[in-house]
Design a protein around this ligand. Structure first.
Ligand SMILES: [Zn+2]
Ligand SMILES: [Zn+2]
Length: 385
């Protein structure tokens, strides 16, 4: 919205009497703050960066600044009031600021201009893509094959990624000679400056396609969704990511493909829990089994195993089944399984059952209940009885 345009002086944080020098300083500071290379993917920063550049372009030009002072935005923007924005003309203007390029050069490792000077023919790696997969506890523990839907950009197989109809090939742009950039000389308050602009003729691609490929409309690339089979390694856990190198978007100009990153979700198991590669479960036994000892059946990931509970097993006692845990991810060997014993006290007893228990109780003494005996002794001590 044109009405929302901020005052140019306000954008740069200077007042109306600002000198050229101060203006330049303020611009450098603001441009550094919002530079897209420092805020990749941040639309707000990008907007601020454009705003800053726009403000500086006007205020650094004596004529434009005078018109702006007199008429406001309407004085400098031909589209003002007609609903059009300024942004369209901005594209290639990064190079307009002479020595500022050096500042950004050192600041951003030589890449001043957010890509405006990038060689359009240089190989570029494709973007990473993401997918997710839902696994059962056993599938994660033992590994499996899964099919995931992946949306990615691939080179058009019809034109081999060139964007030109089969049998033809793209021409080097005659205006920019393939660089995607054209130079222009511009007079500014700081002197005559060499300006780099995106080539209008080829829109920066450096190439002209006379007969665009019909399948990809000349883009050379097609986005589509494919079903991909993924090998899930044994031992993977919830929240981990499987990285498939080269499974992402195709690269540009022969650059390598990005990676496909698969987020792993593992559903909980009704019996087992997992910590690292160890498996935990809790088994309820009767108090008679606990008192007399028993052979019990223990579920493991590899099937049922028999285990002998010794006489006098207590609630919370734990035993370990060595090697019955989960396959170590990318290593040999397995974790262990830990089994915790829970002694269940019987409920809803019949009259006969209660009588039998009372009869049993009448023939027990402190020797049978050592923990209880020790505890009662401590209580007596505590109260000096
Ligand atoms: Zn094509
Ligand atoms: Zn060109």
């Amino acid at each position: 919205m044109a009405e929302d345009k901020r005052d140019y002086y306000e954008v740069l944080g200077v007042d109306k009497s600002v000198s050229d020098d101060e203006l330049k300083k303020a611009y450098r500071k603001a441009a550094k703050k919002y530079h897209p290379d420092l805020h990749p993917g941040d639309a707000e920063a990008e907007k601020s960066f454009k705003e800053v550049n726009e403000a500086y372009e006007v205020l650094s030009d004596k004529e434009k600044r005078a018109r702006y002072d007199q008429f406001g935005h309407a004085g400098v923007d031909p589209n003002f009031g007609a609903g059009g924005g300024y942004g369209g003309g901005f594209g290639g203007g990064f190079g307009d600021f002479g020595d500022l390029g050096d500042i950004f050069g050192s600041f951003f490792g030589g890449g001043f201009g957010g890509g405006s000077r990038r060689n359009p023919n240089a190989p570029r790696r494709g973007n990473d893509t993401a997918a997710s997969v839902n696994l059962s506890f056993e599938e994660a523990a033992k590994g499996c094959k899964k099919t995931v839907k992946v949306t990615k950009i691939e080179n058009c197989n019809e034109c081999g990624g060139t964007g030109a109809e089969k049998g033809t090939s793209p021409k080097t742009c005659p205006v920019c000679h393939g660089s995607g950039q054209v130079s222009a000389t511009q007079r500014t308050p700081f002197g005559v400056m060499q300006t780099q602009k995106v080539c209008d003729h080829c829109h920066g691609s450096g190439k002209i396609i006379d007969n665009p490929c019909r399948k990809c409309a000349g883009k050379g690339r097609i986005r589509h969704t494919v079903e991909q089979t993924v090998e899930i390694p044994a031992g993977i856990d919830d929240g981990q990511i499987i990285n498939l190198r080269g499974g992402g978007d195709a690269g540009v100009n022969g650059g390598p493909s990005g990676d496909l990153r698969i987020n792993v979700n593992v559903r909980p198991h009704p019996i087992f829990e997992r910590d690292g590669f160890d498996v935990y479960c809790e088994i309820p036994i009767t108090f008679t089994q606990a008192a007399l000892g028993a052979e019990i059946t223990v579920p493991t990931l590899d099937g049922k195993v028999k285990f002998t509970i010794h006489e006098g097993t207590q609630p919370g006692d734990e035993f370990k089944l060595r090697g019955k845990g989960i396959q170590r991810l990318n290593y040999s060997g397995k974790g262990d399984q830990y089994v915790k014993i829970n002694v269940e006290v019987p409920k809803d007893l019949s009259k006969t059952q209660k009588e039998k228990l009372k009869e049993f109780d009448s023939v027990t003494d402190d020797k049978n209940y050592r923990k209880r005996k020790t505890f009662m002794d401590k209580v007596k001590d505590f109260f000096n009885e």
